[in-house]
Design a protein around this ligand. Structure first.
Ligand code: FES
Length: 103
């Protein structure tokens, strides 16, 4: 099973088992990653699952995700909503950084 590395703003890490097909958000919530609140449960309507992922790993955001990203604090080019990112085997070891605003 792939593992994801969640990196907090203070540099601390949490390594999480990530079943293929789960969203990155769900993996974080099940592992109690505190910075991923996911208030809407994955409906792409709260933006409290904001994270940073280097480009090219996931398909580009769809228009709804892009619109919601416009609402986040600490927006960066690599900003994504983790509820919209599905885990695949190729993501083993992927590092996901968490924004200060959710720390
Ligand atoms: S969980 Fe609400 S937008 Fe991702």
């Amino acid at each position: 099973m792939p593992k994801l590395v969640f990196e907090n703003i203070d540099g601390s890490e949490q390594i999480v088992e990530a079943p293929v097909g789960h969203s990155v958000m769900l993996c974080a919530v099940e592992a109690n990653v505190e910075a991923i609140l996911a208030d809407c449960g994955g409906a792409c309507s709260c933006a409290t699952c904001h994270c940073y992922v280097e480009g090219g790993v996931f398909p580009d955001p769809d228009p709804i995700e892009s619109q919601m990203l416009g609402l986040v604090e600490d927006l960066k080019p690599e900003s994504r909503l983790s509820c919209q990112l599905d885990v695949t085997d190729e993501m083993d070891g992927l590092r996901i950084k968490l924004p200060a605003s959710q720390g």
